[in-house]
Ligand binder design. Structure first.
Ligand SMILES: [Zn+2]
Length: 428
């Protein structure tokens, strides 16, 4: 289990939004990136160097919207069963999903909630476990915590009575306001959720194009709830589709708008001023549009809805709206791990530049998850967690099924990728 190494890369994106660098040599030791420097023109990889001269490197990724207890299955019965399962039932899936994220170069996820608060419980279990296993980590600059996958969890989300959200949370108790519920929950939970998730609309219709549901909570109630969460140091992610729901989320001062389908550009343009990040979750709609089990009319509606969202993104990015990449993994057809790579492909399709796409899945996500500075960049001093994709930077996100060539997590090469001893590959 090597914790140090060296690689020659064709290109490198550092996650700060800077343009890609040309041939770069990366050196790491003790799980920390030591050197990032241009490769000398005559320098060839030796037997101890990973020869990745036809690859682009990027930092390990952040998925800003997942549901760790859910699986991508389209089987209606299995999806319904997910609502009744106990924590013990779901534990193997939580573990499998964690591994899937790591296998795909994802080292931090923000969970959008589940009905049992299981992802939160799993966060605590794995956090304790990794602490025991790696005491040496506790003295590092990156602080104590999981060695591999950082989980930020909402626990159980909030939704209005009889409205959308049964899968992911619960309504406030009868006679209790949303703000009081948020405050009481924060006081009760032993370790506590990392953030608060509120459902402020329903989901998109695959029957009526552009249909949106009315907001779940009155704007003032939402505003008070966001304030109550912020008072207790918790950011708020708001599920919102349609102009009224998204406008109320922005006016309430939420930290991120999730989905935002049919929000309208006019409303989305208010995000920079309010300080909110938009997480447009394209992958689930793409999956529905390509599902073999859906009827053609619904598939077509999903495709039109996706197209509309891509157009909204084009306008929003020009207006300075900041985007984070969140796959909504666990949604129908969206696998944990590959789902984020599909999301990145779709963000590129919407017109984000390659450095912008990488930022959306690294530095912007890191900000939403309040990760330690430098955790999601590929710069000296950051953790040695990075990915190489066999591609030039401009083709990096050209397909929805990107397979990383190399995944290094905390200094260790993951999976069975060939180490440096292979005959050097010819650089292209
Ligand atoms: Zn979600």
């Amino acid at each position: 289990m090597s914790r140090s190494g060296k690689a020659h890369l064709g290109w490198l994106l550092d996650g700060t939004g800077a343009p890609p660098r040309g041939p770069t040599t990366l050196t790491w030791t003790d799980d920390e990136i030591m050197v990032v420097e241009p490769t000398a023109p005559e320098s060839l990889p030796d037997s101890d160097t990973l020869d990745l001269r036809d690859c682009t490197a990027l930092p390990a990724l952040v998925d800003a919207h997942v549901h760790l207890i859910m699986e991508a299955t389209g089987d209606a019965r299995r999806r319904e069963d997910q609502l009744r399962a106990t924590y013990e039932d779901r534990r193997p899936l939580l573990e499998a999903n964690r591994q899937r994220h790591l296998d795909h170069g994802i080292t931090a996820v923000r969970d959008g909630g589940d009905y049992g608060g299981y992802a939160l419980r799993y966060r605590d279990e794995t956090r304790d476990k990794t602490r025991d296993e790696s005491r040496d980590e506790s003295t590092s600059d990156h602080g104590p915590g999981p060695r591999d996958l950082v989980i930020r969890a909402a626990g159980r989300a909030w939704h209005a009575p009889d409205r959308y959200g049964r899968f992911i949370g619960r309504p406030p108790a009868p006679g209790t306001s949303l703000a009081d519920s948020v405050a009481a929950d924060a006081a009760q939970t032993r370790v506590g959720a990392d953030h608060v998730k509120i459902a402020q609309s329903g989901v998109n219709s695959l029957k009526r194009f552009g249909w949106t549901s009315r907001p779940q909570f009155p704007p003032e109630e939402l505003r008070l709830a966001v304030a109550a969460a912020h008072d207790r140091g918790r950011p708020v992610m708001v599920h919102a589709n349609g102009p009224a729901a998204v406008a109320s989320a922005l006016d309430a001062g939420c930290d991120s708008v999730e989905h935002g389908y049919f929000a309208t550009l006019e409303v989305l343009k208010r995000a920079p001023e309010s300080g909110a990040v938009w997480v447009p979750t394209l992958a689930p709609m793409w999956a529905l549009a390509h599902s073999e089990t859906m009827d053609p009319a619904a598939r077509d509606m999903a495709l039109r809805t996706l197209d509309h969202q891509l157009n909204q993104i084009r306008g929003a990015v020009s207006a300075g709206v900041i985007l984070a990449a969140g796959s909504d993994a666990g949604s129908q057809g969206v696998d944990h791990g590959p789902g984020l790579w599909t999301e990145l492909h779709l963000l590129a399709l919407a017109g984000l530049s390659t450095p912008q796409v990488v930022s959306a899945a690294t530095s912007v996500g890191a900000r939403l998850l309040a990760l330690p500075p430098g955790m999601s960049t590929l710069t000296p001093g950051s953790p040695a967690s990075w990915i190489a994709v066999r591609s030039t930077p401009d083709q990096l996100f050209a397909t929805p099924n990107i397979q990383p060539e190399i995944v290094v997590i905390r200094g260790t090469l993951r999976g069975s990728q060939p180490p440096a001893k292979d005959p050097p590959r010819k650089a292209t």
